[in-house]
Design a protein around this ligand. Structure first.
Ligand SMILES: Nc1nc2c(ncn2[C@@H]2O[C@H](COP(=O)(O)OP(=O)(O)O)[C@@H](O)[C@H]2O)c(=O)[nH]1
Ligand SMILES: [Mg+2]
Length: 465
């Protein structure tokens, strides 16, 4: 993990000392740059991790463009989309009385008016609408909303009355994300003034006293219900029409601008680092999974190939030697999978160490290989002597022995491969358990998983073809 700990601490110190905000941004930028550079992905990995890497690059661009994301969050029909529309001054987000109107994350740029304050240095504001945390269609949408909240620089949590348990839980969860939350009490036009004030007081004093400062609880009516008006035309005739009162959104606008002015760039920088940190660990974890899968496949193929080579090789001594050459080749190839190039010499000494660690088992393995090769050769000799016409018994004996021997060779390669994989994964170290324990655990696991039997199945196919 190249990112957080130290850089985060120094960034936080910077913020505390109220040093220039540019510093925070510059720090976040260089940190992101080194994260991107340090990923070190193979072409296959870049393909598999394209989404995550694109997100990281997106963060970088966001930082460069001085973009601030404001996301609306909350239960369905509280007025999330309406609040964003009112902020925007036009209807861009779909408003609906029924469940499930907003099904995905929607972004719109907010161009602030001429009355806007200095200090925001031309920041670009992006409003992000999300599905309700409780919307039908379930978890997928909830995840979408949570993702949006995690990415956002400022969260608007929209309610339309006293908070329900579900809302309080979501709010507490969001509080842990450590970013500014403005609690928006929307739809105030629906309440008589006295009730509205009582609810407001209750929210501030009881519900969120430990979560949100009173200043960060604001009241809006983003989309007041329309009322009937009677329009008298010039000719004296009358017409009944519906008219919607102007929204009350100024308190929220003012609050957002306050937060931005106070914490603007530093906020974005800190937030960017936090998300980048998450993304980075995600990428690293997936990278390890991708590499492990490639390594497992490679070890399997090499083991079968080694077994087959030993099984088919007519000269006894070359069996063992051939097996070892293949094992060394396998380990060099594994080094490449893990981005840790090994020389043949290093790989060979790894093979030797692991064979020693296999101890008695390894010795027996080698002896078996030698012995088996010798016997098989004489069986082969018989076959040849008998004029190339394999007597059924001899042929059977040869095949069975050959398979047993090939199986031993394959299993040994399998254990060596996984041993080397463990060693490489740990950054070329055997770790506290030591080589012997590692190797013997792999052997025990291979036995438990009946790897030998499965290798033999593949070997049979290979030896037949
Ligand atoms: N009376 C009133 N209705 C509102 C207000 N804001 C939203 N609504 C209505 O509440 C319903 C849900 O609004 P919407 O913005 O789609 O909520 P969302 O699901 O949270 O995005 C719609 O019928 C809106 O017209 C408000 O401030 N006052
Ligand atoms: Mg909506």
């Amino acid at each position: 993990m190249t990112l957080p700990a130290e850089e985060l601490t120094s960034l936080l110190n910077t913020l505390e000392q109220e040093a220039t905000r540019e510093d925070a941004v510059a720090m976040a930028r260089s940190s992101l740059e080194s994260t991107l550079d340090g990923l070190n992905l193979s072409p296959e990995e870049s393909g598999a991790l394209a989404g995550e890497v694109a997100q990281l690059r997106g963060l970088f661009r966001k930082l460069e463009a001085n973009t601030i994301e404001i996301a609306a969050f909350g239960m369905v029909s509280r007025g999330k989309s309406s609040v964003l529309n009112a902020l925007m001054g036009r209807d861009v987000f779909q408003v609906g009385a029924t469940h499930g109107t907003t099904v995905s994350r929607v972004e719109e740029e907010w161009h602030r008016g001429p009355d806007d304050r200095p200090g925001l240095d031309g920041a670009k504001l992006i409003l992000v609408d999300t599905p309700g945390i409780d919307e039908v269609g379930g978890e997928g949408r909830e995840t979408l909303a949570i993702d949006a909240a995690r990415r956002a620089d400022i969260i608007l949590f929209i309610v339309s009355g006293d908070l329900q348990r579900r809302e309080l839980e979501a709010l507490s969860a969001l509080r842990d994300v450590q970013k500014p939350i403005i609690l928006v009490f929307n739809q105030i036009d629906r309440y008589p003034d006295v009730d509205r004030d009582a609810i407001h007081a209750k929210i501030i004093d009881e519900r969120v006293a430990h979560l949100i400062r009173p200043d960060d609880v604001v009241m809006t009516s983003a989309r007041p219900d329309p009322y009937q008006v009677k329009i008298i035309r010039d000719d004296g005739t009358a017409e009944i029409a519906w008219e919607r009162p102007a929204p009350v959104i100024e308190p929220l606008k003012a609050r957002i601008l306050d937060v931005l002015e106070r914490e603007g760039k530093a906020l974005v920088a800190l937030n960017t680092l936090l998300i980048a940190g998450d993304l980075h660990s995600e990428i690293v974890a997936r990278k390890v999974r991708i590499r492990d899968e490639a390594a497992n496949q490679m070890i399997w193929n090499f083991s079968v190939a080694t077994g087959a080579a030993v099984g088919l090789n007519p000269i006894p001594i070359a069996d063992v030697a051939g097996g070892l050459v293949l094992d060394v080749g396998m380990i060099v190839a594994l080094g490449r999978v893990y981005g840790l190039p090994l020389t043949k010499r290093t790989a060979a000494s790894l093979v030797r160490d692991m064979m020693l660690a296999l101890g008695a088992m390894g010795a027996v393995g080698i002896a078996t290989r030698l012995l088996a090769s010798g016997m098989r050769s004489s069986l082969a000799g018989v076959t040849i002597l008998s004029g190339g016409l394999a007597a059924p018994l001899t042929a059977l004996g040869y095949a069975a022995f050959s398979l047993a021997q090939a199986g031993t060779a394959a299993t040994t390669s399998y254990v060596l491969g996984h041993g080397a994989k463990t060693y490489l994964r740990q950054g070329c170290q055997w770790g506290p358990r030591g080589i012997k324990t590692v190797i013997q655990e792999i052997l025990a696991q291979a036995t438990a998983d009946s790897v030998v039997d499965r290798l033999k199945v593949d070997l049979k196919k290979k030896l037949k073809s």
